[in-house]
Design a protein around this ligand. Structure first.
Ligand code: FAD
Ligand code: MG
Length: 351
Protein backbone atom coordinates (compact mmCIF):
# COMPACT_ATOMS: atom_id res chain seq x y z
CA UNK A 1 0.00 0.00 0.00
CA UNK A 2 1.38 3.48 -0.88
CA UNK A 3 2.52 5.43 2.15
CA UNK A 4 -0.20 8.11 1.84
CA UNK A 5 -2.97 5.48 1.74
CA UNK A 6 -1.42 3.55 4.64
CA UNK A 7 -1.45 6.75 6.70
CA UNK A 8 -5.11 7.25 5.78
CA UNK A 9 -5.94 3.70 6.76
CA UNK A 10 -4.15 4.11 10.10
CA UNK A 11 -5.97 7.42 10.71
CA UNK A 12 -9.27 5.71 9.91
CA UNK A 13 -8.47 2.89 12.33
CA UNK A 14 -7.67 5.42 15.06
CA UNK A 15 -10.93 7.22 14.33
CA UNK A 16 -12.91 3.98 14.48
CA UNK A 17 -11.22 3.05 17.75
CA UNK A 18 -11.94 6.51 19.13
CA UNK A 19 -15.59 6.25 18.09
CA UNK A 20 -15.82 2.81 19.72
CA UNK A 21 -14.25 4.19 22.89
CA UNK A 22 -16.79 7.00 23.04
CA UNK A 23 -19.58 4.45 22.72
CA UNK A 24 -18.08 2.06 25.26
CA UNK A 25 -17.56 3.69 28.67
CA UNK A 26 -15.19 0.87 29.66
CA UNK A 27 -12.67 2.32 27.19
CA UNK A 28 -12.79 5.71 28.87
CA UNK A 29 -10.19 6.71 31.41
CA UNK A 30 -11.56 5.79 34.80
CA UNK A 31 -12.59 8.92 36.73
CA UNK A 32 -10.86 9.31 40.12
CA UNK A 33 -14.14 10.15 41.86
CA UNK A 34 -17.54 11.75 41.24
CA UNK A 35 -19.34 14.43 43.24
CA UNK A 36 -22.98 15.42 42.77
CA UNK A 37 -25.64 17.17 44.81
CA UNK A 38 -28.24 14.65 46.02
CA UNK A 39 -30.29 14.02 49.19
CA UNK A 40 -30.00 17.74 49.94
CA UNK A 41 -26.23 17.51 50.33
CA UNK A 42 -22.91 17.01 48.55
CA UNK A 43 -22.34 13.34 47.72
CA UNK A 44 -18.98 11.93 46.63
CA UNK A 45 -18.20 8.39 45.54
CA UNK A 46 -14.50 7.59 45.17
CA UNK A 47 -13.52 4.31 43.54
CA UNK A 48 -9.82 5.22 43.49
CA UNK A 49 -9.37 4.82 39.76
CA UNK A 50 -10.85 1.33 39.68
CA UNK A 51 -14.41 2.15 38.67
CA UNK A 52 -15.90 2.81 35.26
CA UNK A 53 -18.29 5.60 34.31
CA UNK A 54 -21.06 2.98 34.44
CA UNK A 55 -20.17 2.14 38.06
CA UNK A 56 -20.50 5.81 39.02
CA UNK A 57 -23.73 6.11 37.00
CA UNK A 58 -25.20 3.11 38.84
CA UNK A 59 -24.24 4.56 42.24
CA UNK A 60 -25.70 8.01 41.59
CA UNK A 61 -28.83 6.74 39.91
CA UNK A 62 -29.57 4.70 43.07
CA UNK A 63 -29.07 7.85 45.17
CA UNK A 64 -31.54 9.74 42.99
CA UNK A 65 -34.04 6.90 43.21
CA UNK A 66 -33.84 6.93 47.03
CA UNK A 67 -34.21 10.72 47.07
CA UNK A 68 -37.29 10.52 44.84
CA UNK A 69 -38.78 7.88 47.17
CA UNK A 70 -37.95 9.29 50.60
CA UNK A 71 -37.65 13.05 50.34
CA UNK A 72 -40.03 14.77 52.76
CA UNK A 73 -40.18 17.83 50.52
CA UNK A 74 -41.41 16.04 47.36
CA UNK A 75 -45.19 15.59 47.13
CA UNK A 76 -44.69 12.60 44.83
CA UNK A 77 -42.32 10.66 47.11
CA UNK A 78 -43.59 7.87 49.36
CA UNK A 79 -43.03 10.16 52.34
CA UNK A 80 -44.83 13.07 50.64
CA UNK A 81 -47.83 10.86 49.84
CA UNK A 82 -47.93 9.27 53.33
CA UNK A 83 -47.78 12.73 54.96
CA UNK A 84 -50.52 14.13 52.70
CA UNK A 85 -52.78 11.20 53.64
CA UNK A 86 -52.20 11.53 57.41
CA UNK A 87 -55.43 10.95 59.33
CA UNK A 88 -57.23 9.98 56.11
CA UNK A 89 -55.94 6.75 54.60
CA UNK A 90 -53.12 4.25 54.39
CA UNK A 91 -50.63 4.60 51.54
CA UNK A 92 -48.73 1.79 49.86
CA UNK A 93 -45.00 2.41 50.16
CA UNK A 94 -42.08 0.87 48.28
CA UNK A 95 -39.99 -1.87 49.94
CA UNK A 96 -37.11 0.64 50.42
CA UNK A 97 -39.35 2.96 52.43
CA UNK A 98 -40.76 0.06 54.44
CA UNK A 99 -37.24 -1.09 55.33
CA UNK A 100 -36.07 2.38 56.44
CA UNK A 101 -39.29 3.21 58.29
CA UNK A 102 -39.25 -0.17 60.09
CA UNK A 103 -35.73 0.49 61.35
CA UNK A 104 -36.62 4.08 62.22
CA UNK A 105 -39.57 2.90 64.35
CA UNK A 106 -37.38 0.24 65.97
CA UNK A 107 -34.80 2.92 66.86
CA UNK A 108 -37.57 5.16 68.19
CA UNK A 109 -38.67 2.41 70.57
CA UNK A 110 -35.08 1.53 71.58
CA UNK A 111 -34.26 5.19 72.30
CA UNK A 112 -37.53 5.88 74.17
CA UNK A 113 -38.46 8.40 71.49
CA UNK A 114 -35.19 10.41 71.46
CA UNK A 115 -35.06 9.41 67.81
CA UNK A 116 -38.50 9.84 66.27
CA UNK A 117 -39.32 9.72 62.53
CA UNK A 118 -42.58 11.58 63.23
CA UNK A 119 -40.66 14.71 64.30
CA UNK A 120 -41.62 16.25 60.91
CA UNK A 121 -44.14 18.90 62.17
CA UNK A 122 -41.50 20.35 64.53
CA UNK A 123 -38.73 20.18 61.90
CA UNK A 124 -40.97 22.07 59.49
CA UNK A 125 -41.81 24.70 62.10
CA UNK A 126 -38.16 25.59 62.72
CA UNK A 127 -37.34 25.41 59.00
CA UNK A 128 -33.61 25.03 59.72
CA UNK A 129 -31.62 24.93 56.49
CA UNK A 130 -34.50 26.52 54.53
CA UNK A 131 -35.35 30.15 53.68
CA UNK A 132 -38.02 30.06 56.43
CA UNK A 133 -35.81 29.30 59.45
CA UNK A 134 -37.02 31.04 62.60
CA UNK A 135 -37.53 30.57 66.34
CA UNK A 136 -41.19 29.52 66.69
CA UNK A 137 -43.44 30.69 69.51
CA UNK A 138 -43.86 28.31 72.45
CA UNK A 139 -47.54 27.73 71.58
CA UNK A 140 -46.60 26.73 68.02
CA UNK A 141 -44.05 24.24 69.34
CA UNK A 142 -46.59 22.77 71.77
CA UNK A 143 -49.17 22.39 68.99
CA UNK A 144 -46.63 20.68 66.71
CA UNK A 145 -45.42 18.37 69.50
CA UNK A 146 -48.92 16.89 69.86
CA UNK A 147 -48.38 15.39 66.42
CA UNK A 148 -44.99 13.81 67.22
CA UNK A 149 -45.58 10.22 68.29
CA UNK A 150 -43.97 7.21 66.64
CA UNK A 151 -46.57 4.96 68.26
CA UNK A 152 -49.23 6.53 65.99
CA UNK A 153 -47.59 5.12 62.84
CA UNK A 154 -49.28 1.97 61.57
CA UNK A 155 -46.90 0.06 59.33
CA UNK A 156 -47.78 -3.27 57.73
CA UNK A 157 -44.42 -4.54 56.50
CA UNK A 158 -46.04 -7.31 54.43
CA UNK A 159 -48.47 -5.17 52.41
CA UNK A 160 -46.27 -2.05 52.59
CA UNK A 161 -49.22 0.03 53.83
CA UNK A 162 -48.35 3.00 56.03
CA UNK A 163 -50.91 5.05 57.93
CA UNK A 164 -50.29 8.10 60.10
CA UNK A 165 -53.16 8.03 62.55
CA UNK A 166 -53.56 11.80 63.11
CA UNK A 167 -54.11 14.51 60.51
CA UNK A 168 -51.09 16.82 60.44
CA UNK A 169 -48.54 14.13 61.33
CA UNK A 170 -45.42 14.18 59.14
CA UNK A 171 -42.71 11.59 58.67
CA UNK A 172 -39.12 12.82 58.24
CA UNK A 173 -36.43 10.24 57.46
CA UNK A 174 -33.64 12.85 57.26
CA UNK A 175 -31.80 11.27 60.20
CA UNK A 176 -31.62 7.77 58.74
CA UNK A 177 -32.15 7.63 54.95
CA UNK A 178 -28.67 8.86 54.04
CA UNK A 179 -27.30 5.86 55.93
CA UNK A 180 -29.60 3.53 54.03
CA UNK A 181 -28.51 5.20 50.78
CA UNK A 182 -24.81 4.64 51.57
CA UNK A 183 -25.47 0.94 52.29
CA UNK A 184 -27.36 0.63 49.01
CA UNK A 185 -24.56 2.25 46.98
CA UNK A 186 -22.03 -0.08 48.65
CA UNK A 187 -24.22 -3.07 47.74
CA UNK A 188 -24.42 -1.97 44.11
CA UNK A 189 -20.66 -1.44 43.89
CA UNK A 190 -20.02 -4.85 45.46
CA UNK A 191 -22.31 -6.49 42.88
CA UNK A 192 -20.25 -4.74 40.21
CA UNK A 193 -17.05 -6.32 41.56
CA UNK A 194 -15.75 -3.29 43.45
CA UNK A 195 -14.35 -3.95 46.91
CA UNK A 196 -12.53 -0.68 47.73
CA UNK A 197 -14.33 2.66 47.85
CA UNK A 198 -15.26 5.64 49.98
CA UNK A 199 -18.88 6.76 49.85
CA UNK A 200 -19.36 10.20 51.40
CA UNK A 201 -22.95 11.46 51.58
CA UNK A 202 -22.61 14.88 53.19
CA UNK A 203 -20.16 13.64 55.81
CA UNK A 204 -21.93 10.33 56.28
CA UNK A 205 -19.00 8.05 55.38
CA UNK A 206 -18.98 4.43 54.35
CA UNK A 207 -15.57 2.88 53.67
CA UNK A 208 -15.45 -0.34 51.68
CA UNK A 209 -12.40 -2.53 52.12
CA UNK A 210 -9.07 -1.02 53.13
CA UNK A 211 -6.98 1.84 51.77
CA UNK A 212 -4.32 -0.66 50.68
CA UNK A 213 -3.78 -4.32 51.59
CA UNK A 214 -3.50 -4.38 55.39
CA UNK A 215 -3.73 -0.56 55.66
CA UNK A 216 -6.98 0.90 57.07
CA UNK A 217 -8.55 4.18 55.95
CA UNK A 218 -7.96 7.23 58.09
CA UNK A 219 -11.22 9.12 58.68
CA UNK A 220 -11.20 12.64 60.12
CA UNK A 221 -13.79 13.79 62.69
CA UNK A 222 -14.41 17.51 62.33
CA UNK A 223 -14.26 20.28 64.87
CA UNK A 224 -17.90 20.40 66.03
CA UNK A 225 -17.77 24.09 66.83
CA UNK A 226 -17.33 25.41 63.30
CA UNK A 227 -18.82 24.65 59.89
CA UNK A 228 -16.29 23.09 57.51
CA UNK A 229 -13.78 22.92 60.37
CA UNK A 230 -10.55 20.97 60.28
CA UNK A 231 -10.53 17.44 61.72
CA UNK A 232 -9.73 17.41 65.43
CA UNK A 233 -9.15 13.68 65.51
CA UNK A 234 -8.90 10.77 63.14
CA UNK A 235 -9.77 7.11 63.40
CA UNK A 236 -8.47 4.08 61.57
CA UNK A 237 -11.30 2.18 59.93
CA UNK A 238 -12.00 -0.40 57.28
CA UNK A 239 -15.19 -2.01 56.00
CA UNK A 240 -17.48 0.11 58.15
CA UNK A 241 -19.49 3.31 58.26
CA UNK A 242 -18.58 6.43 60.22
CA UNK A 243 -21.47 8.84 60.75
CA UNK A 244 -21.50 12.07 62.76
CA UNK A 245 -24.43 14.14 64.00
CA UNK A 246 -23.41 17.57 65.20
CA UNK A 247 -24.45 21.12 65.96
CA UNK A 248 -22.32 22.50 63.11
CA UNK A 249 -24.10 20.75 60.25
CA UNK A 250 -27.23 22.86 59.83
CA UNK A 251 -28.08 25.78 62.04
CA UNK A 252 -28.94 29.46 62.23
CA UNK A 253 -28.10 32.07 64.82
CA UNK A 254 -30.48 34.53 66.42
CA UNK A 255 -29.57 37.00 69.20
CA UNK A 256 -26.24 35.27 69.68
CA UNK A 257 -27.75 31.80 70.17
CA UNK A 258 -27.24 28.88 67.83
CA UNK A 259 -30.27 26.81 66.81
CA UNK A 260 -29.26 23.54 65.14
CA UNK A 261 -31.32 20.91 63.35
CA UNK A 262 -31.34 17.95 65.76
CA UNK A 263 -34.58 18.22 67.66
CA UNK A 264 -35.31 16.79 71.07
CA UNK A 265 -38.80 15.32 70.53
CA UNK A 266 -39.57 15.87 74.23
CA UNK A 267 -39.11 19.65 74.06
CA UNK A 268 -39.62 20.42 70.36
CA UNK A 269 -36.39 22.47 70.45
CA UNK A 270 -32.83 21.81 69.28
CA UNK A 271 -31.34 19.23 71.63
CA UNK A 272 -29.34 21.30 74.09
CA UNK A 273 -26.93 19.19 76.12
CA UNK A 274 -23.20 19.08 76.79
CA UNK A 275 -22.53 17.10 73.62
CA UNK A 276 -21.59 18.93 70.41
CA UNK A 277 -21.14 15.91 68.17
CA UNK A 278 -21.64 12.17 68.23
CA UNK A 279 -19.85 9.86 65.83
CA UNK A 280 -20.99 6.27 65.45
CA UNK A 281 -18.88 3.58 63.83
CA UNK A 282 -20.91 0.56 62.70
CA UNK A 283 -20.94 -2.07 60.00
CA UNK A 284 -24.15 -0.69 58.47
CA UNK A 285 -24.49 2.98 57.65
CA UNK A 286 -28.23 3.01 58.38
CA UNK A 287 -27.50 1.83 61.94
CA UNK A 288 -24.73 4.42 62.35
CA UNK A 289 -26.96 7.22 61.01
CA UNK A 290 -29.94 6.41 63.25
CA UNK A 291 -27.75 5.90 66.33
CA UNK A 292 -25.76 9.12 65.82
CA UNK A 293 -28.96 11.19 65.95
CA UNK A 294 -30.46 9.14 68.80
CA UNK A 295 -27.26 9.28 70.92
CA UNK A 296 -26.92 13.01 70.30
CA UNK A 297 -30.38 13.62 71.79
CA UNK A 298 -29.89 11.11 74.63
CA UNK A 299 -26.55 12.58 75.70
CA UNK A 300 -23.33 10.82 76.62
CA UNK A 301 -24.36 8.28 79.26
CA UNK A 302 -27.75 7.21 77.93
CA UNK A 303 -26.45 7.45 74.37
CA UNK A 304 -23.59 5.07 75.06
CA UNK A 305 -25.95 2.67 76.84
CA UNK A 306 -28.08 2.58 73.68
CA UNK A 307 -25.09 2.10 71.37
CA UNK A 308 -23.82 -0.76 73.57
CA UNK A 309 -26.96 -2.74 72.71
CA UNK A 310 -25.93 -2.81 69.01
CA UNK A 311 -23.18 -5.44 68.55
CA UNK A 312 -20.09 -4.00 66.88
CA UNK A 313 -21.21 -0.36 67.13
CA UNK A 314 -18.80 2.16 68.70
CA UNK A 315 -19.27 5.79 69.71
CA UNK A 316 -17.24 8.99 70.04
CA UNK A 317 -18.77 11.96 71.86
CA UNK A 318 -17.21 15.45 71.80
CA UNK A 319 -18.49 17.88 74.42
CA UNK A 320 -18.44 21.63 75.02
CA UNK A 321 -15.25 21.34 77.10
CA UNK A 322 -13.37 19.84 74.12
CA UNK A 323 -13.36 16.46 75.78
CA UNK A 324 -13.47 13.38 73.58
CA UNK A 325 -15.14 10.26 74.99
CA UNK A 326 -14.57 7.11 72.97
CA UNK A 327 -16.01 3.67 73.62
CA UNK A 328 -13.51 0.88 74.32
CA UNK A 329 -13.63 -0.72 70.88
CA UNK A 330 -12.58 2.46 69.02
CA UNK A 331 -10.34 4.14 71.59
CA UNK A 332 -7.11 2.56 70.38
CA UNK A 333 -7.92 3.47 66.75
CA UNK A 334 -8.24 7.14 67.62
CA UNK A 335 -5.61 9.85 67.12
CA UNK A 336 -6.03 13.39 68.47
CA UNK A 337 -4.96 15.96 65.87
CA UNK A 338 -5.86 19.15 67.73
CA UNK A 339 -3.96 19.61 71.03
CA UNK A 340 -6.76 21.71 72.54
CA UNK A 341 -8.91 18.54 72.72
CA UNK A 342 -8.37 15.87 75.37
CA UNK A 343 -9.19 12.20 75.39
CA UNK A 344 -11.28 11.72 78.52
CA UNK A 345 -11.64 8.57 80.58
CA UNK A 346 -14.72 6.53 80.00
CA UNK A 347 -17.31 6.26 81.48
CA UNK A 348 -16.57 9.01 83.99
CA UNK A 349 -14.32 11.86 82.86
CA UNK A 350 -11.40 12.98 85.00
CA UNK A 351 -11.60 16.78 85.15
P1 FAD B 1 -28.83 13.71 61.33
O1 FAD B 1 -28.58 13.86 62.77
O2 FAD B 1 -28.61 12.37 60.76
O3 FAD B 1 -30.36 14.07 61.03
C1 FAD B 1 -30.95 15.27 61.41
C2 FAD B 1 -32.18 15.45 60.60
O4 FAD B 1 -33.14 14.46 60.97
C3 FAD B 1 -32.84 16.78 60.79
O5 FAD B 1 -32.47 17.69 59.79
C4 FAD B 1 -34.31 16.43 60.76
O6 FAD B 1 -34.74 16.37 59.44
C5 FAD B 1 -34.36 15.05 61.35
N1 FAD B 1 -34.43 15.03 62.82
C6 FAD B 1 -34.17 16.03 63.71
N2 FAD B 1 -34.31 15.59 64.97
C7 FAD B 1 -34.65 14.29 64.89
C8 FAD B 1 -34.94 13.30 65.86
N3 FAD B 1 -34.89 13.55 67.18
N4 FAD B 1 -35.27 12.05 65.45
C9 FAD B 1 -35.34 11.76 64.12
N5 FAD B 1 -35.09 12.67 63.16
C10 FAD B 1 -34.73 13.91 63.54
N6 FAD B 1 -32.31 18.77 52.59
C11 FAD B 1 -32.58 19.86 51.84
O7 FAD B 1 -32.24 20.96 52.26
N7 FAD B 1 -33.21 19.77 50.65
C12 FAD B 1 -33.60 18.57 50.16
O8 FAD B 1 -34.17 18.51 49.07
C13 FAD B 1 -33.34 17.40 50.91
N8 FAD B 1 -33.74 16.19 50.48
C14 FAD B 1 -33.45 15.08 51.23
C15 FAD B 1 -33.89 13.84 50.77
C16 FAD B 1 -33.62 12.69 51.50
C17 FAD B 1 -34.11 11.38 51.03
C18 FAD B 1 -32.86 12.79 52.72
C19 FAD B 1 -32.49 11.58 53.50
C20 FAD B 1 -32.46 14.02 53.17
C21 FAD B 1 -32.76 15.17 52.44
N9 FAD B 1 -32.39 16.43 52.90
C22 FAD B 1 -32.68 17.54 52.15
C23 FAD B 1 -31.88 16.56 54.26
C24 FAD B 1 -30.42 16.86 54.41
O9 FAD B 1 -29.55 16.09 53.66
C25 FAD B 1 -30.18 16.79 55.90
O10 FAD B 1 -29.21 17.73 56.21
C26 FAD B 1 -29.75 15.49 56.44
O11 FAD B 1 -30.64 14.46 56.19
C27 FAD B 1 -29.47 15.61 57.91
O12 FAD B 1 -28.54 14.70 58.16
P2 FAD B 1 -27.35 14.90 59.17
O13 FAD B 1 -26.46 13.74 58.93
O14 FAD B 1 -26.78 16.24 59.08
O15 FAD B 1 -28.03 14.84 60.58
MG1 MG C 1 -28.48 10.48 61.69
Amino acid sequence: MPLARRRHARAATVLVLLAACLALPSCQKSPPSRTEFALGTVCTVNLYGKGSVKDYDAAFSRLREIEATMSASLETSDIGRINAAAGKEAVKAKPDTVKVLSFALETARASSGAFDPTVGPVVRLWGIGTDDERVPATAEIENALVLVNHERVALDAVSGLVYLEDAGMRLDLGAIAKGFAADEVAGILRERGISRAIIDLGGNILCMGTKAPGVPWSIGIRNPEISHGEPVLSIQASDCSVVTSGVYERYFEKDGKRYHHIIDPKTGRPSDGEVLSVTIIARESMTADALSTAAFVLGRKRGLALVATYPGAEAIFIDRDKRVFASDGIRKELKLLDPSYTLADWPEPTR
